[in-house]
Design a protein around this ligand. Structure first.
Ligand SMILES: [Zn+2]
Length: 410
């Protein structure tokens, strides 16, 4: 493909992605406020519904501004050849190719992070604050940022180094070699996330003995699910929004419950939430999800390998010679629509799995407390009870509340 047409293709793909995202967001926010459904009448008042709509409108507007800003900056970088200009400038220092690539990515990473910082700050301290969700302090916000940076440099930088080294040394074969590295890395993260990464940001304490623990153990035993690692995490340090999750597999699996979840739900609802999570395990969703992610990474690397040694992409981004880093940037942009389509498939699968996990909880425990837990969670987080179907189709990893309730309460 010629340099000119590649440039048009990059711009086309960027504009297309932007328009699709914004159109879906607009349709979603324009959906009218419904009347309060019967099943939610004890949980939700009309004024709460209006508040939730206001929250969604504000988030839409915010994302519209932030997204448009980043879209315009990227557009400028492509049309003006600024990626190439930075690459040429870094090249003038006479680094060896590997180091040059690393320095380039360092600059792009820091630059984009600085540009997005004011937006992150606003989302946390203005929007989330206004609706009573934010519990984080400015100090925690910045210390999170710094820890995040260090982690990115150590882990992300290390991976990037291996990736670039393979590209520079191994030619086209780099794709399957790095794929193996990525698979090992993904498994390690899954195994050690709660042990190594999570404690950098949060405090985890084993769940204390008592009624809840007793009920959980009793249930776990009834479905033959060995469970000896239940932790409570201080989620309230950052947000009043609640959550629960599993991590690890085999003998290393752990359950993490947010302290905010424990505060808001009676024991039966918590056991039901856990039963849902155990359902994901029993139905092998975790293993299949992991496999799908591995295949996706493999596909991406394979496609990248077909394309990374072409000179024209480097020229299209304003470079003066072939450059691995420019081609990686170009590829990430061209891959975006493919990634969107894969994402739609993954979300569809994930929504199906959510129904299955709900059904598992209903069969092995009870549907009612799970339905009640979902209602409380949804109302407390001001989530959207009538999202636009297209928006759901593209973006939702979980089915909308009312669809889940319908099946649970049937
Ligand atoms: Zn789930």
């Amino acid at each position: 493909m010629s340099v000119e047409s590649l440039k048009y293709l990059l711009v086309g793909v960027l504009v297309f992605g932007y328009l699709v995202r914004k159109t879906l967001g607009y349709l979603n926010v324009k959906n009218p406020i419904p009347r309060v459904p019967d099943t939610l009448s004890e949980y939700l008042s009309y004024s709460k519904l209006q508040e939730s709509k206001a929250y969604q409108r504000e988030n839409f507007l915010f994302k519209f501004i932030a997204g448009t800003f980043s879209f315009l900056i990227t557009l400028l970088f492509i049309t003006q050849g600024w990626f190439g200009a930075i690459d040429t400038w870094v090249g003038e220092f006479g680094f060896q190719p590997l180091l040059k690539s690393l320095v380039f990515f360092g600059i792009v990473f820091v630059g984009s992070d600085i540009l997005s910082l004011p937006f992150d700050y606003y989302a946390t301290f203005v929007i989330e604050e206004k609706y009573g969700f934010n519990k984080t302090t400015v100090k925690t916000f910045f210390s999170d940022k710094i820890k995040g940076y260090l982690l990115s440099i150590l882990v992300g930088g290390g991976l990037l180094l291996v990736f670039l080294w393979l590209i520079h040394q191994m030619g086209k074969d780099f794709w399957w070699q790095f794929w193996l590295v990525a698979i090992v890395f993904m498994v390690l993260v899954n195994l050690f996330y709660t042990a190594w990464i999570l404690p950098l940001f949060n405090k985890l304490t084993p769940l204390a003995d008592g009624e809840l623990k007793h009920k959980i153990m009793h249930y776990a035993k009834s479905v033959k699910f060995p469970l000896d690692n239940i932790f409570v995490m201080d989620g309230s340090k950052r947000s009043s929004k609640a959550n629960a999750f599993f991590s690890g597999f085999g003998r290393r699996k752990k359950v993490v419950l947010y302290d905010t979840l424990l505060e808001q739900h009676p024991p039966d609802e918590l056991v039901a939430v856990l039963a849902h999570e155990i359902g994901h395990y029993k139905k092998k969703h975790i293993v299949w999800g992991m496999l799908a992610a591995v295949l996706q990474v493999g596909l991406m690397l394979f496609l990248l390998a077909q394309f990374i040694f072409s000179e024209n992409m480097s020229f299209a981004l304003g470079g003066k010679a072939w450059s691995a880093e420019l081609n990686i940037i170009g590829f990430t942009m061209l891959f975006a629509p493919i990634s969107m389509i894969l994402g739609i498939g993954m979300n569809w699968l994930s929504r199906k799995n959510e129904f299955e996990a709900d059904a598992f909880a209903k069969q092995t425990f009870e549907g009612k407390p799970l339905a009640e837990a979902l209602k409380t969670l949804s109302v407390k987080t001001l989530s959207n009870i009538n999202p636009h179907p297209w928006y759901v189709f593209v973006n939702y990893s979980h089915p909308p509340l009312l669809e889940r309730l319908e099946r649970l309460e049937k």
